[in-house]
Write a protein of this length. Sequence first.
Length: 471
Amino acid sequence: MTETIQKRINDSKAMRWTALILIALMMFFGYMFVDVMSPLQSLVEQERGWSPSVFGTYAASEYLLNVFGFLIIAGVILDKCGIRFTGELSASMMFIGAAIKFYAVSDWFPGTGLATWLDSWWITMPASAKLASFGFMIFGCGCEMAGTTVSKAIAKWFKGKEMALAMGLEMAIARVGVFAIFSISPILAEKMGSIAAPVGFCTALVFIGLITYTVFTFMDRKLDAQLGADGSNETSDEEFKVADLKNILTSQIFWVVALLCVLYYSAIFPFQRYGANMLQCNLDGISPAAASNIFRWFPIGAAVITPFLGSFLDHKGKGATMLMWGAILLIACHLIFAFVLPATHSHVIAYSTIVLLGISFALVPAALWPSVPKIIDEKVLGSAYCLIFWVQNIGLCFVPMLIGSVLASSNANNPAVIAAKEAGDEFIPYNYTMPLVIFACFGVAALILAIYLKAIDRKNHFGLEEPNIKA
Ligand SMILES: C[C@H](NC(=O)[C@@H](N)CCCCN)C(=O)O
Protein backbone atom coordinates (compact mmCIF):
# COMPACT_ATOMS: atom_id res chain seq x y z
CA MET A 1 0.00 0.00 0.00
CA THR A 2 1.40 3.40 -0.88
CA GLU A 3 1.10 6.14 1.72
CA THR A 4 0.43 9.65 0.40
CA ILE A 5 2.11 12.37 2.38
CA GLN A 6 -0.05 15.50 2.44
CA LYS A 7 2.01 18.58 1.60
CA ARG A 8 1.14 21.65 3.63
CA ILE A 9 1.17 25.23 2.42
CA ASN A 10 4.28 25.99 4.50
CA ASP A 11 6.13 23.08 2.91
CA SER A 12 6.30 25.23 -0.22
CA LYS A 13 9.34 27.52 -0.03
CA ALA A 14 7.60 30.20 -2.11
CA MET A 15 4.51 30.17 0.12
CA ARG A 16 6.29 30.34 3.47
CA TRP A 17 8.62 33.12 2.31
CA THR A 18 5.63 35.02 0.88
CA ALA A 19 4.01 34.69 4.31
CA LEU A 20 7.17 36.03 5.92
CA ILE A 21 7.27 39.07 3.61
CA LEU A 22 3.60 39.85 4.34
CA ILE A 23 4.08 39.81 8.12
CA ALA A 24 7.50 41.48 8.01
CA LEU A 25 5.98 44.39 6.04
CA MET A 26 3.66 45.12 8.97
CA MET A 27 6.70 45.36 11.27
CA PHE A 28 8.71 47.34 8.69
CA PHE A 29 6.01 50.03 8.53
CA GLY A 30 5.53 49.81 12.33
CA TYR A 31 9.24 50.45 13.05
CA MET A 32 9.16 53.34 10.55
CA PHE A 33 6.30 54.90 12.48
CA VAL A 34 8.06 54.43 15.85
CA ASP A 35 10.97 56.63 14.77
CA VAL A 36 9.21 59.04 12.39
CA MET A 37 9.57 61.96 14.81
CA SER A 38 13.04 61.03 16.18
CA PRO A 39 14.96 63.12 13.62
CA LEU A 40 12.48 66.02 13.93
CA GLN A 41 13.07 66.92 17.58
CA SER A 42 14.12 70.52 16.98
CA LEU A 43 11.39 71.07 14.37
CA VAL A 44 8.71 69.82 16.76
CA GLU A 45 10.08 72.24 19.35
CA GLN A 46 9.80 75.13 16.88
CA GLU A 47 6.41 74.19 15.37
CA ARG A 48 4.56 72.79 18.39
CA GLY A 49 6.55 74.01 21.42
CA TRP A 50 7.63 70.59 22.68
CA SER A 51 10.64 71.06 25.00
CA PRO A 52 13.26 68.24 25.23
CA SER A 53 11.60 66.96 28.40
CA VAL A 54 8.15 66.97 26.71
CA PHE A 55 9.77 65.04 23.87
CA GLY A 56 11.17 62.54 26.43
CA THR A 57 7.71 62.04 28.00
CA TYR A 58 6.23 61.52 24.55
CA ALA A 59 8.95 58.93 23.71
CA ALA A 60 8.35 56.99 26.96
CA SER A 61 4.59 56.89 26.32
CA GLU A 62 5.20 54.15 23.69
CA TYR A 63 5.98 51.68 26.49
CA LEU A 64 3.82 52.99 29.32
CA LEU A 65 0.66 50.85 29.01
CA ASN A 66 2.78 47.81 28.16
CA VAL A 67 4.77 48.22 31.36
CA PHE A 68 1.57 48.59 33.38
CA GLY A 69 0.36 45.19 32.30
CA PHE A 70 -0.97 45.41 28.74
CA LEU A 71 1.70 43.01 27.44
CA ILE A 72 0.64 40.36 29.96
CA ILE A 73 -2.94 40.59 28.68
CA ALA A 74 -1.57 40.57 25.11
CA GLY A 75 0.14 37.23 25.78
CA VAL A 76 -3.09 35.69 27.04
CA ILE A 77 -4.97 37.05 24.00
CA LEU A 78 -2.29 35.63 21.70
CA ASP A 79 -2.33 32.16 23.20
CA LYS A 80 -6.11 32.05 23.59
CA CYS A 81 -7.17 33.63 20.32
CA GLY A 82 -4.26 32.78 18.02
CA ILE A 83 -2.03 34.64 15.61
CA ARG A 84 -4.72 35.71 13.13
CA PHE A 85 -6.99 37.50 15.58
CA THR A 86 -4.11 38.94 17.61
CA GLY A 87 -2.23 40.10 14.51
CA GLU A 88 -5.32 41.87 13.19
CA LEU A 89 -5.99 43.40 16.60
CA SER A 90 -2.40 44.63 16.93
CA ALA A 91 -2.29 46.05 13.41
CA SER A 92 -5.61 47.83 14.01
CA MET A 93 -4.36 49.28 17.31
CA MET A 94 -1.21 50.44 15.56
CA PHE A 95 -3.31 52.17 12.91
CA ILE A 96 -5.75 53.77 15.39
CA GLY A 97 -2.86 54.99 17.59
CA ALA A 98 -0.99 56.30 14.55
CA ALA A 99 -4.09 58.14 13.28
CA ILE A 100 -4.61 59.80 16.69
CA LYS A 101 -0.98 60.94 16.73
CA PHE A 102 -1.27 62.25 13.17
CA TYR A 103 -4.36 64.27 14.14
CA ALA A 104 -2.55 65.60 17.23
CA VAL A 105 0.35 67.05 15.23
CA SER A 106 -1.78 68.17 12.25
CA ASP A 107 -2.97 71.73 11.65
CA TRP A 108 -6.59 70.60 12.18
CA PHE A 109 -6.11 70.02 15.91
CA PRO A 110 -5.14 73.46 17.40
CA GLY A 111 -8.19 75.59 18.23
CA THR A 112 -10.55 72.64 18.72
CA GLY A 113 -12.46 72.18 21.98
CA LEU A 114 -10.36 69.12 22.79
CA ALA A 115 -7.14 71.10 22.31
CA THR A 116 -8.41 73.90 24.56
CA TRP A 117 -9.37 71.42 27.27
CA LEU A 118 -6.05 69.50 27.00
CA ASP A 119 -4.18 72.80 27.30
CA SER A 120 -6.03 73.68 30.50
CA TRP A 121 -4.14 71.23 32.79
CA TRP A 122 -0.48 70.02 33.11
CA ILE A 123 0.39 73.15 31.19
CA THR A 124 4.08 72.31 30.61
CA MET A 125 2.87 69.53 28.29
CA PRO A 126 1.19 71.10 25.20
CA ALA A 127 -2.18 69.71 24.07
CA SER A 128 -0.61 68.32 20.88
CA ALA A 129 1.99 66.42 22.94
CA LYS A 130 -0.66 65.00 25.29
CA LEU A 131 -2.83 63.71 22.45
CA ALA A 132 0.18 62.48 20.45
CA SER A 133 1.45 60.60 23.52
CA PHE A 134 -1.98 59.04 23.99
CA GLY A 135 -1.95 57.89 20.36
CA PHE A 136 1.63 56.66 20.67
CA MET A 137 0.67 54.68 23.79
CA ILE A 138 -2.06 52.83 21.86
CA PHE A 139 0.31 52.39 18.92
CA GLY A 140 3.01 51.03 21.29
CA CYS A 141 0.60 48.42 22.68
CA GLY A 142 -0.24 47.32 19.14
CA CYS A 143 3.36 47.35 17.98
CA GLU A 144 4.73 45.25 20.86
CA MET A 145 1.80 42.83 20.64
CA ALA A 146 2.48 42.61 16.89
CA GLY A 147 6.17 41.89 17.58
CA THR A 148 5.30 38.87 19.72
CA THR A 149 2.57 37.71 17.31
CA VAL A 150 5.04 37.80 14.44
CA SER A 151 7.56 35.69 16.42
CA LYS A 152 4.88 33.12 17.18
CA ALA A 153 3.69 33.15 13.55
CA ILE A 154 7.23 32.56 12.28
CA ALA A 155 7.75 29.76 14.81
CA LYS A 156 4.54 28.14 13.45
CA TRP A 157 5.31 28.55 9.74
CA PHE A 158 9.04 27.75 9.93
CA LYS A 159 9.15 25.02 12.61
CA GLY A 160 11.85 22.52 11.65
CA LYS A 161 12.73 24.75 8.69
CA GLU A 162 14.70 28.00 8.35
CA MET A 163 13.17 29.48 11.53
CA ALA A 164 16.17 31.54 12.71
CA LEU A 165 16.85 32.82 9.19
CA ALA A 166 13.20 33.89 8.91
CA MET A 167 13.25 35.66 12.29
CA GLY A 168 16.59 37.25 11.36
CA LEU A 169 15.18 38.50 8.05
CA GLU A 170 12.06 39.88 9.72
CA MET A 171 14.24 41.85 12.19
CA ALA A 172 16.57 42.96 9.37
CA ILE A 173 13.60 44.32 7.39
CA ALA A 174 12.39 46.19 10.50
CA ARG A 175 15.86 47.74 11.03
CA VAL A 176 15.96 48.89 7.39
CA GLY A 177 12.67 50.64 8.24
CA VAL A 178 14.43 52.62 11.00
CA PHE A 179 17.27 53.52 8.65
CA ALA A 180 14.81 54.53 5.91
CA ILE A 181 12.69 56.78 8.09
CA PHE A 182 15.75 58.55 9.56
CA SER A 183 16.58 59.52 5.96
CA ILE A 184 13.06 60.22 4.63
CA SER A 185 11.40 61.99 7.55
CA PRO A 186 13.44 65.24 7.55
CA ILE A 187 13.13 65.49 3.74
CA LEU A 188 9.33 65.07 3.82
CA ALA A 189 8.98 67.56 6.68
CA GLU A 190 11.07 70.11 4.81
CA LYS A 191 9.40 69.62 1.41
CA MET A 192 5.84 69.72 2.81
CA GLY A 193 6.71 72.41 5.36
CA SER A 194 5.24 70.50 8.33
CA ILE A 195 6.05 67.69 10.76
CA ALA A 196 2.55 66.32 10.11
CA ALA A 197 3.56 65.25 6.57
CA PRO A 198 5.95 62.42 7.51
CA VAL A 199 3.63 61.33 10.35
CA GLY A 200 0.69 61.19 7.89
CA PHE A 201 2.84 59.31 5.37
CA CYS A 202 3.81 56.68 7.95
CA THR A 203 0.21 56.40 9.19
CA ALA A 204 -0.78 55.45 5.64
CA LEU A 205 2.04 52.87 5.59
CA VAL A 206 0.81 51.40 8.90
CA PHE A 207 -2.60 50.95 7.22
CA ILE A 208 -0.88 49.11 4.35
CA GLY A 209 0.73 46.88 7.02
CA LEU A 210 -2.76 46.05 8.29
CA ILE A 211 -3.72 45.01 4.76
CA THR A 212 -0.61 42.84 4.23
CA TYR A 213 -1.24 41.06 7.54
CA THR A 214 -4.87 40.48 6.51
CA VAL A 215 -3.64 38.78 3.33
CA PHE A 216 -1.38 36.59 5.50
CA THR A 217 -4.37 35.51 7.64
CA PHE A 218 -5.97 33.90 4.55
CA MET A 219 -2.80 31.86 4.03
CA ASP A 220 -2.70 30.93 7.70
CA ARG A 221 -6.36 29.82 7.59
CA LYS A 222 -5.37 27.43 4.82
CA LEU A 223 -2.45 26.09 6.87
CA ASP A 224 -4.78 25.45 9.80
CA ALA A 225 -7.25 23.63 7.59
CA GLN A 226 -4.37 21.38 6.59
CA LEU A 227 -3.24 20.97 10.19
CA GLY A 228 -6.83 20.12 11.14
CA ALA A 229 -6.92 22.78 13.83
CA ASP A 230 -9.99 24.87 14.57
CA GLY A 231 -8.26 28.21 14.27
CA SER A 232 -8.60 29.44 17.83
CA ASN A 233 -5.33 28.05 19.09
CA GLU A 234 -3.74 27.15 15.82
CA THR A 235 -0.67 25.20 16.79
CA SER A 236 -1.52 23.21 19.83
CA ASP A 237 -3.87 20.37 20.57
CA GLU A 238 -4.07 21.32 24.21
CA GLU A 239 -6.20 24.25 25.37
CA PHE A 240 -4.25 27.20 26.81
CA LYS A 241 -5.11 28.01 30.41
CA VAL A 242 -4.27 31.25 32.21
CA ALA A 243 -2.86 29.06 35.00
CA ASP A 244 -0.13 28.03 32.52
CA LEU A 245 1.36 31.50 33.02
CA LYS A 246 2.43 30.31 36.46
CA ASN A 247 4.57 27.64 34.83
CA ILE A 248 6.36 30.27 32.78
CA LEU A 249 6.87 32.63 35.69
CA THR A 250 8.25 29.88 37.90
CA SER A 251 10.61 28.59 35.21
CA GLN A 252 14.24 29.47 35.95
CA ILE A 253 15.32 29.47 32.31
CA PHE A 254 12.52 31.89 31.41
CA TRP A 255 13.89 34.41 33.91
CA VAL A 256 17.46 33.93 32.67
CA VAL A 257 16.33 34.70 29.11
CA ALA A 258 14.05 37.60 30.13
CA LEU A 259 16.74 39.25 32.28
CA LEU A 260 19.37 38.73 29.61
CA CYS A 261 16.97 40.37 27.13
CA VAL A 262 16.22 43.43 29.28
CA LEU A 263 19.89 43.97 30.18
CA TYR A 264 21.13 43.60 26.62
CA TYR A 265 18.41 45.72 24.97
CA SER A 266 18.74 48.39 27.70
CA ALA A 267 22.28 48.96 26.45
CA ILE A 268 21.08 49.14 22.83
CA PHE A 269 17.78 51.00 22.26
CA PRO A 270 18.35 53.72 24.91
CA PHE A 271 21.91 54.10 23.59
CA GLN A 272 20.44 54.58 20.10
CA ARG A 273 18.72 57.72 21.41
CA TYR A 274 21.98 59.28 22.62
CA GLY A 275 24.45 57.67 20.19
CA ALA A 276 24.65 60.43 17.57
CA ASN A 277 25.07 63.13 20.22
CA MET A 278 27.74 61.04 21.98
CA LEU A 279 29.70 60.84 18.71
CA GLN A 280 29.34 64.58 18.21
CA CYS A 281 30.71 65.23 21.70
CA ASN A 282 33.69 62.90 21.22
CA LEU A 283 34.60 63.90 17.66
CA ASP A 284 35.36 67.58 18.21
CA GLY A 285 31.78 68.76 17.73
CA ILE A 286 31.11 67.46 14.23
CA SER A 287 27.69 68.48 12.88
CA PRO A 288 24.58 66.50 13.96
CA ALA A 289 24.16 65.35 10.34
CA ALA A 290 27.76 64.05 10.20
CA ALA A 291 27.27 62.23 13.53
CA SER A 292 24.00 60.65 12.27
CA ASN A 293 25.83 59.58 9.11
CA ILE A 294 28.28 57.57 11.21
CA PHE A 295 25.62 56.30 13.59
CA ARG A 296 23.22 54.97 10.97
CA TRP A 297 25.72 52.23 10.07
CA PHE A 298 24.70 50.65 13.35
CA PRO A 299 21.13 49.51 12.44
CA ILE A 300 22.13 48.92 8.84
CA GLY A 301 25.15 46.81 9.85
CA ALA A 302 22.87 44.77 12.11
CA ALA A 303 20.29 44.43 9.32
CA VAL A 304 22.86 43.07 6.86
CA ILE A 305 24.42 40.56 9.25
CA THR A 306 21.35 39.28 11.18
CA PRO A 307 19.96 37.00 8.40
CA PHE A 308 23.40 35.36 7.89
CA LEU A 309 23.69 34.68 11.60
CA GLY A 310 20.11 33.35 11.58
CA SER A 311 21.06 30.96 8.79
CA PHE A 312 24.19 29.93 10.73
CA LEU A 313 22.01 29.17 13.75
CA ASP A 314 19.62 27.08 11.60
CA HIS A 315 22.42 24.93 10.19
CA LYS A 316 25.14 24.93 12.85
CA GLY A 317 23.42 25.96 16.11
CA LYS A 318 25.61 27.60 18.82
CA GLY A 319 22.80 29.92 20.02
CA ALA A 320 24.07 30.28 23.60
CA THR A 321 27.63 30.91 22.38
CA MET A 322 26.33 33.64 20.05
CA LEU A 323 24.61 35.33 23.00
CA MET A 324 27.91 35.33 24.90
CA TRP A 325 29.83 36.85 22.00
CA GLY A 326 27.12 39.46 21.49
CA ALA A 327 27.46 40.54 25.14
CA ILE A 328 31.29 40.58 24.96
CA LEU A 329 31.21 42.84 21.89
CA LEU A 330 28.65 45.11 23.58
CA ILE A 331 30.91 45.58 26.62
CA ALA A 332 33.99 46.19 24.44
CA CYS A 333 32.18 48.78 22.29
CA HIS A 334 30.76 50.79 25.20
CA LEU A 335 34.17 50.81 26.92
CA ILE A 336 35.85 51.99 23.70
CA PHE A 337 33.26 54.78 23.40
CA ALA A 338 33.77 55.67 27.07
CA PHE A 339 37.58 55.72 27.24
CA VAL A 340 39.30 55.34 23.85
CA LEU A 341 37.20 57.69 21.71
CA PRO A 342 37.44 60.74 24.04
CA ALA A 343 41.23 60.25 24.19
CA THR A 344 41.81 59.78 20.45
CA HIS A 345 38.87 61.62 18.75
CA SER A 346 39.49 59.13 15.96
CA HIS A 347 36.87 58.78 13.20
CA VAL A 348 38.33 55.38 12.25
CA ILE A 349 37.78 54.12 15.80
CA ALA A 350 34.26 55.60 15.82
CA TYR A 351 33.31 53.88 12.54
CA SER A 352 34.85 50.52 13.47
CA THR A 353 33.23 50.50 16.93
CA ILE A 354 29.84 51.31 15.41
CA VAL A 355 30.28 48.38 12.99
CA LEU A 356 31.32 46.08 15.89
CA LEU A 357 28.26 47.17 17.85
CA GLY A 358 26.14 46.40 14.76
CA ILE A 359 27.62 42.85 14.78
CA SER A 360 26.70 42.52 18.46
CA PHE A 361 23.17 43.79 17.68
CA ALA A 362 22.94 41.05 15.06
CA LEU A 363 24.37 38.24 17.23
CA VAL A 364 22.02 38.61 20.20
CA PRO A 365 18.62 39.12 18.49
CA ALA A 366 19.46 36.44 15.88
CA ALA A 367 20.11 33.92 18.66
CA LEU A 368 17.71 35.09 21.39
CA TRP A 369 14.29 35.07 19.73
CA PRO A 370 14.59 31.71 17.89
CA SER A 371 15.81 30.13 21.17
CA VAL A 372 12.53 30.85 22.99
CA PRO A 373 10.55 28.03 21.25
CA LYS A 374 13.27 25.62 22.41
CA ILE A 375 12.76 26.38 26.09
CA ILE A 376 9.02 27.14 26.27
CA ASP A 377 6.04 24.89 25.59
CA GLU A 378 4.38 25.79 22.27
CA LYS A 379 0.93 26.37 23.75
CA VAL A 380 2.23 29.20 25.97
CA LEU A 381 4.77 30.54 23.48
CA GLY A 382 2.78 33.73 22.86
CA SER A 383 2.56 34.46 26.59
CA ALA A 384 6.27 33.73 26.99
CA TYR A 385 7.22 36.17 24.22
CA CYS A 386 4.89 38.80 25.71
CA LEU A 387 6.29 38.33 29.22
CA ILE A 388 9.85 38.66 27.89
CA PHE A 389 8.81 41.84 26.03
CA TRP A 390 7.12 43.06 29.22
CA VAL A 391 10.30 42.71 31.28
CA GLN A 392 12.23 44.28 28.39
CA ASN A 393 9.77 47.21 28.10
CA ILE A 394 10.32 48.08 31.78
CA GLY A 395 14.00 48.60 30.93
CA LEU A 396 13.25 50.46 27.70
CA CYS A 397 10.87 52.80 29.53
CA PHE A 398 13.07 53.66 32.51
CA VAL A 399 16.70 53.31 31.35
CA PRO A 400 16.55 56.42 29.08
CA MET A 401 15.40 58.44 32.10
CA LEU A 402 18.24 56.97 34.21
CA ILE A 403 20.80 57.74 31.50
CA GLY A 404 19.41 61.26 31.05
CA SER A 405 19.74 62.03 34.74
CA VAL A 406 23.22 60.44 35.02
CA LEU A 407 24.33 62.50 32.00
CA ALA A 408 23.01 65.66 33.64
CA SER A 409 24.47 64.97 37.11
CA SER A 410 27.87 63.77 35.87
CA ASN A 411 28.21 66.97 33.82
CA ALA A 412 26.89 69.36 36.47
CA ASN A 413 30.43 70.61 37.22
CA ASN A 414 31.87 70.08 33.74
CA PRO A 415 33.48 73.48 32.83
CA ALA A 416 33.04 72.98 29.07
CA VAL A 417 29.32 72.27 29.53
CA ILE A 418 28.85 75.23 31.90
CA ALA A 419 30.65 77.56 29.48
CA ALA A 420 28.65 76.38 26.46
CA LYS A 421 25.36 76.81 28.34
CA GLU A 422 26.36 80.30 29.55
CA ALA A 423 27.30 81.31 26.02
CA GLY A 424 23.92 79.99 24.78
CA ASP A 425 25.64 77.62 22.37
CA GLU A 426 23.49 75.18 20.43
CA PHE A 427 26.07 72.41 20.88
CA ILE A 428 26.78 71.28 24.47
CA PRO A 429 29.97 69.15 24.73
CA TYR A 430 28.76 66.55 27.27
CA ASN A 431 31.10 63.99 28.79
CA TYR A 432 29.42 60.61 28.16
CA THR A 433 31.81 58.43 30.23
CA MET A 434 29.40 57.63 33.10
CA PRO A 435 26.36 56.71 30.94
CA LEU A 436 28.63 54.55 28.74
CA VAL A 437 30.07 52.76 31.78
CA ILE A 438 26.49 52.02 32.89
CA PHE A 439 25.73 50.56 29.44
CA ALA A 440 28.91 48.44 29.72
CA CYS A 441 27.77 47.20 33.18
CA PHE A 442 24.45 46.07 31.64
CA GLY A 443 26.60 44.17 29.13
CA VAL A 444 28.63 42.51 31.91
CA ALA A 445 25.44 41.36 33.66
CA ALA A 446 24.08 40.08 30.30
CA LEU A 447 27.34 38.19 29.73
CA ILE A 448 27.12 36.49 33.13
CA LEU A 449 23.55 35.42 32.32
CA ALA A 450 24.60 34.15 28.87
CA ILE A 451 27.37 32.04 30.46
CA TYR A 452 24.86 30.70 33.00
CA LEU A 453 22.35 29.99 30.21
CA LYS A 454 24.95 27.98 28.34
CA ALA A 455 25.72 25.99 31.51
CA ILE A 456 22.05 25.15 32.24
CA ASP A 457 21.51 24.29 28.60
CA ARG A 458 24.41 21.81 28.77
CA LYS A 459 22.92 20.27 31.91
CA ASN A 460 19.25 20.16 30.85
CA HIS A 461 19.64 19.64 27.08
CA PHE A 462 17.30 22.43 25.89
CA GLY A 463 19.08 22.30 22.55
CA LEU A 464 20.18 25.95 22.48
CA GLU A 465 23.48 24.94 20.89
CA GLU A 466 21.75 22.59 18.39
CA PRO A 467 20.86 23.61 14.81
CA ASN A 468 17.15 24.09 13.96
CA ILE A 469 17.46 22.11 10.76
CA LYS A 470 18.50 18.54 11.45
CA ALA A 471 20.16 16.93 8.40
C1 LIG B 1 12.41 41.71 17.94
C2 LIG B 1 13.00 42.79 18.79
N1 LIG B 1 11.95 43.71 19.19
C3 LIG B 1 11.88 44.13 20.45
O1 LIG B 1 12.67 43.77 21.26
C4 LIG B 1 10.75 45.06 20.83
N2 LIG B 1 10.17 44.63 22.05
C5 LIG B 1 11.27 46.46 21.06
C6 LIG B 1 11.26 47.25 19.84
C7 LIG B 1 11.59 48.67 20.19
C8 LIG B 1 11.32 49.57 19.03
N3 LIG B 1 11.16 50.89 19.51
C9 LIG B 1 14.09 43.54 18.01
O2 LIG B 1 13.77 44.54 17.37
O3 LIG B 1 15.25 43.07 18.06
